[in-house]
Design a protein around this ligand. Structure first.
Ligand SMILES: Cc1cc2nc3c(=O)[nH]c(=O)nc-3n(C[C@H](O)[C@H](O)[C@H](O)COP(=O)(O)O)c2cc1C
Length: 183
């Protein structure tokens, strides 16, 4: 029987090992799982609890292809089983950007529960955003940037590119560049 410590270790490892995946194998995501992922997403915290978003679910393969074609950096969306396009109210550039990051990460983590991998595509330039807007009927004034592509990992899919900076380079204790206390 798993001890509480083992369970905690497993959960921390589950969170730590979330990676970006861009190569997908075919396969439809069950409706109930997609709904569960979206439900986790819509419970994300946001500044002043404004929840300044609409999540557009795209499952049609032709539309996924068009979303990919519009961009230089989101080509992987074409091979996804579904994509969630995050539309922000456009009222605040700063807080909505933060809110969008929280929402994106939650969607990715919730997907991972079902063995579904995810890759963010960024409609960062004005032309890409305009094409996404036109494709999905998103009104002017709304912000559209993050497209979360969801699917099943291709067997050849690498588990993310690169590692991370060492712990001691990233984490400081007590003050800027402060070292960890001695054991
Ligand atoms: C704001 C933001 C924009 C991103 N845009 C793209 C993108 O347009 N295309 C892409 O393939 N990945 C995009 N990514 C994913 C990053 O490349 C990815 O998080 C990073 O490489 C780390 O991946 P890993 O967790 O697998 O190591 C974006 C991530 C963030 C946070």
């Amino acid at each position: 029987m798993a001890t509480i410590e083992t369970r905690q270790d497993e959960m921390i490892e589950f969170l730590r090992t979330l990676r970006q995946v861009r190569q997908f194998a075919p396969g439809e995501i069950p409706d109930d799982q997609l709904r569960a992922i979206l439900n986790v997403g819509r419970w994300s915290g946001s500044a002043s609890n404004k929840q300044p978003w609409q999540l557009i679910v795209v499952r049609d393969h032709d539309t996924l292809q068009r979303l990919a074609d519009a961009s230089q950096t989101a080509k992987h969306v074409a091979g996804a089983s579904a994509a969630i396009v995050i539309v922000l109210d456009g009222a605040s550039k700063t807080t909505e950007t933060f809110d969008e990051g929280r929402l994106t990460e939650r969607l990715m983590l919730a997907a991972k529960v079902f063995g579904i991998v995810a890759g963010v595509g960024w409609a960062g330039d004005a032309d890409h955003a305009r094409q996404v807007r036109s494709l999905l009927g998103i009104p002017e004034g709304k912000t559209v940037r993050a497209i979360v592509a969801l699917g099943y990992p291709a067997t050849s899919a690498p588990g993310g590119h690169g590692g991370r900076k060492p712990f001691d380079e990233v984490v400081a204790f007590g003050h800027y560049n402060g070292s960890a206390p001695r054991e």
